[in-house]
Design a protein around this ligand. Structure first.
Ligand code: MD6
Ligand code: FE
Length: 214
């Protein structure tokens, strides 16, 4: 096959580690339905800066949809069925989102993924996410599907120890990152978002991370 034939199939999946796959542009065809579905979600449960257990406001603003939502407050990090801002259940997980997550998981080698939680992160230029592990979910055998929208970011993909020097992975609008298995507890974060304006989303990055939390 010659190079121009390869291009017809679009960017190919990239394996970043044994159980971590970057699917470049995987969400692009669903961006408009995705944004249409997020609008009512964010009207019911708007972005807010949660307090860390240490009492500082988080730099990233967040919301959730699905049966469970991730929160942080003085008592720590956990999943709750109810939005603490309004006392109501988190908005339902839109079908377009759960289907995209499950097809992305399958494309990355994780069959039968059924998300019950979607964390919605909002970054302005300058906002970063410090290195952390995701360990508030019940079953670490379940993968995580992460969808990037808006401004580009450099994703820090570290090791099992905080001290391990992380890979710098560029993520752009429409990219989907899937990880699980032995990579599930790797440290990771996001470098400060560079100033700029995205043609569809303006001066922001939105990241959707879908999990089976309960
Ligand atoms: C972000 N993502 O990309 C933050 N966690 O805005 C995460 O913290 C994350 O992308 C677990 C798995 C995939 C992720
Ligand atoms: Fe994370």
């Amino acid at each position: 096959m010659i190079q121009s034939d390869l291009d017809l199939f679009g960017p190919q999946p990239q394996r970043l580690a044994t159980h971590t796959v970057l699917l470049p542009g995987f969400a692009l065809s669903q961006v408009e339905p995705l944004l249409d579905a997020l609008r009512p979600v964010l009207r019911a449960s708007p972005f807010r800066h949660m307090q860390t257990p240490g009492g500082l406001p988080m730099a990233v603003a967040l919301s959730n949809c699905g049966a469970l939502g991730w929160i942080s407050d003085a008592r720590g990090y956990r999943y709750t069925p109810v939005d603490p801002l309004n006392g109501q259940p988190w908005p339902a997980l839109p079908q377009v989102l759960s289907e995209l997550a499950s097809t992305a998981a399958t494309a990355a080698g994780f069959d039968g993924f059924c998300a019950d939680a979607c964390l919605i992160n909002h970054y302005l230029p300058g906002t970063r996410l410090t290195l952390h592990q995701d360990r508030d979910e019940r079953d670490f055998a379940q993968p995580i599907v992460s969808i990037s929208l808006g401004l580009p970011a450099i994703f820090l993909f570290g090791g099992q120890q905080r001290s391990e020097r992380p890979l710098h992975v560029p993520l752009v609008h429409g990219d989907v990152l899937v990880w699980g298995g032995e990579d599930r507890l790797r440290f990771h974060g996001v470098l400060p978002i560079k100033p700029g304006s995205h043609s569809r989303l303006g001066e922001r990055r939105i990241n959707l991370t879908l999990r089976k939390a309960g």
